[in-house]
Design a protein around this ligand. Structure first.
Ligand code: X2X
Length: 342
């Protein structure tokens, strides 16, 4: 009868998903997940995001398809809105800088404390240790699942006007900064004239001379061809470095099977490790090929002596102390201790 036929169909509909493991979950999967980054390829940041997407596809046998949207285009280029969009679900995954998320997560300002981290080992002491775990636990309470730490890098200062060897040399220079008000405080303390804008706006501002200088990792300085925008003076002062964080929106994460969650995590850890290696390539003592490339472009490269660096540290100590309170004295203390023990 019709009735028994319908009953049979209804039963089949109910039992079919149970008979096909994974079919029900897969039906909830989006055809494409959107991954946000500020920079695309060939910047290490974009290479890392793209690699994560590639490895996710590979490790989930194509069940999860991720597309990278560089230029923070999912938030119209406003990189300081990326974290909010991630929480709200406009963005599914991201590889984001601690600087860009620090307006919403004040603890991430930790990495922007001037002269906290003297070298790459110090960054690792934080991200790969208890401090990194504490920050990931914190992020996990804010609608995202953090998967791995990557790296943008040590942010070296460049400008079009003069060599910077002492804080006095910064006096009156218009410097583009990003993200957190901490940067306004740091550059104001140094006597510069900081102005906050997105990376998208920074490049035209540099090329027209609306601003004199900027600070960014050397991989960005070269790949964005900043010497061709008049940035002929570069000072290696190592004042801050921004890690990157590989994350997934919490609801998106929850919609995936356990197996796929683990695949996405493994893909993130692998992509991040590769990305960190790429971000450090050519700027260390063993391999300074990137530094040579920069000098070959006619850039005046200043490497501060420890004494010269100390003068910058002294000039920004009050900013460090003020922001240590806002970030959380216990977290800052834990970071200082981990770095001292590295
Ligand atoms: O805007 C910047 O300076 C950049 C690209 O480094 C970040 O997104 C933090």
């Amino acid at each position: 009868s019709l009735k028994s036929l319908l009953t049979g169909l209804a039963l089949a509909a109910l039992t079919l998903p149970a008979l096909l493991p994974g079919a029900a979950a897969a039906a909830d999967y989006k055809a494409e997940y959107k991954l946000s980054t500020v920079l695309g390829k060939p910047f290490p940041w974009g290479v890392g995001g793209d690699r994560w997407a590639e490895l996710i596809k590979e490790k989930t046998n194509g069940r999860i398809v991720v597309k990278m949207y560089p230029g923070t285009s999912l938030v119209n280029g406003d990189q300081t809105k990326e974290f909010t969009a991630l929480r709200q679900g406009t963005i599914d995954l991201a590889v984001g800088s601690t600087i860009n998320w620090s307006p919403q997560v004040k603890e991430l300002n930790l990495f922007s404390l001037p002269f906290l981290m003297p070298d790459h080992k110090a960054i690792d002491a934080l991200t790969q240790g208890a401090v990194g775990k504490q920050l990931f636990d914190l992020l996990a309470t804010k609608d995202v699942v953090p998967v791995a730490w990557g790296e943008n890098g040590f942010r070296e200062i460049s400008n079009s006007k003069r060599s910077i060897k002492a804080p006095e040399d910064l006096k009156g220079l218009k410097i583009r900064v990003v993200g957190s008000p901490l940067y306004l405080d740091t550059f104001t303390a140094l006597g510069a004239n900081p102005t906050q804008m997105s990376w998208a706006d920074a490049q035209p501002a540099l090329s027209t001379g609306a601003v004199d200088g900027q600070e960014n990792p050397l991989t960005i300085f070269t790949a964005a061809k900043l010497p061709t925008l008049g940035q002929k003076h570069l000072t290696l002062w190592g004042y801050v470095a921004d890690p990157l964080i590989f994350v997934v929106n919490k609801e998106v994460w929850a919609s995936w099977s356990k197996e796929d969650q683990e695949a996405v995590r493994a893909a993130g850890l692998q992509a991040a490790a590769e990305e960190i290696a790429l971000s450090r390539k050519g700027i260390a003592a063993g391999d300074d090929s990137l530094l040579k490339e920069i000098a070959a472009q006619g850039v005046d490269v200043v490497q501060l002596t420890p004494d010269q660096q100390k003068a910058f540290q002294k000039a920004t100590q009050a900013v460090y102390d003020k922001w240590a309170k806002q970030i959380g004295p216990d977290l800052v203390k834990a970071a200082e201790t981990a770095i001292a023990a590295r």
